[in-house]
Design a binder for this molecule. Structure first.
Ligand code: APR
Length: 247
């Protein structure tokens, strides 16, 4: 299967990747679902936009603990690095990620569409002022706007919030062009993100899925399922590609 996937990747004109929390698990960031999933330990309600507006005193400490204390010291792993190298060599055109951990960019990837926003920035819900996370103190919670005193939230998308329009447009366009789509480390259970791989499939793309276990995509649209950890499988693919390219 690795060989079949490597052949597909080598012949791709518009290789695209769609990534989820699973690609960052080997960087020490827990997934949301499955064993060790964050939603087994925290009620996702704290990330519901309505709840946050009225109970930011309860939500903010959990947000800080999960997305700033933990994520802060995570580093890109081999999976992020292979994808960045494939973009560098012109093989991979873009990455659509559901992740907000910035690890693709820290691995060197440039064309990254953050479908759920990112945790690097925060925004005031009253006046819309943007803040870089370095600019605000997370010791005084909830975070208040220095401009108007309003409630400040991370720029990543909460449940009940819309997808950033630019990221949405860029993602759909990339998926309509894709001829090979890598689906890496995602259950596909959250919409509208989970609908994205179907766009590529409808436009004729071959789907290569990398996951430690099957997902909602596996039986429906996956052409090649490579079961395993993202960094192991991507390193194997990179090795296989080098072999093919040297022949
Ligand atoms: N390598 C590859 N895949 C892995 C690994 C690994 N080392 N470890 C776990 N996985 C897989 C799991 O099998 C699962 O399919 O990663 C997936 C993680 O699933 P989720 O935690 O549901 O993550 P994701 O699909 O990205 O969630 C989508 O849900 O809560 C929202 O906004 C949040 O972006 C997130 C969205």
């Amino acid at each position: 299967m690795i060989q079949k996937a490597a052949e597909l990747i080598r012949s791709a004109q518009n290789l695209t990747a769609f990534t989820g929390a699973g690609i960052s698990v080997e960087s020490g960031i827990p997934p949301f679902r499955g064993e060790n999933g964050l939603w087994n330990r925290y009620d996702p309600q704290f990330l519901d936009i309505q709840y946050f507006q009225y109970h930011s005193g309860q939500s903010w400490p959990i947000i800080k603990e999960i997305f700033y204390d933990h994520f802060g010291d995570a580093h890109p792993n081999g999976a992020h690095e292979v994808l960045a190298a494939w973009e560098q060599s012109g093989l991979l055109k873009s990455i659509i990620t559901q992740n907000i951990d910035n690890l693709h960019q820290r691995a060197g990837s440039k064309e990254v569409y953050e479908f759920h926003g990112n945790s690097r920035n925060l925004v005031c819900m009253e006046c819309g002022k943007n803040f870089a996370v370095e600019e605000v103190s997370l010791e005084e919670l909830p975070v208040q706007c220095t401009n108007c005193g309003g409630l400040v939230k991370p720029s990543f998308i909460f449940f009940g919030e819309g997808i950033p329009p630019l990221a949405y447009k860029q993602s759909v366009h990339a998926l309509e062009q894709a001829d090979v789509l890598l689906v890496i480390g995602t259950t596909g259970e959250v919409v509208p993100a989970g609908q994205l791989p179907y766009i590529a499939k409808e436009h004729g793309a071959a789907v290569i899925e990398i996951n430690t276990e099957p997902s909602v995509f596996t039986k429906r649209i996956t052409d090649v399922f490579l079961q395993g950890k993202a960094s192991d499988v991507l390193r194997q693919l990179a090795t296989e590609l080098d072999k093919i390219n040297t022949h």
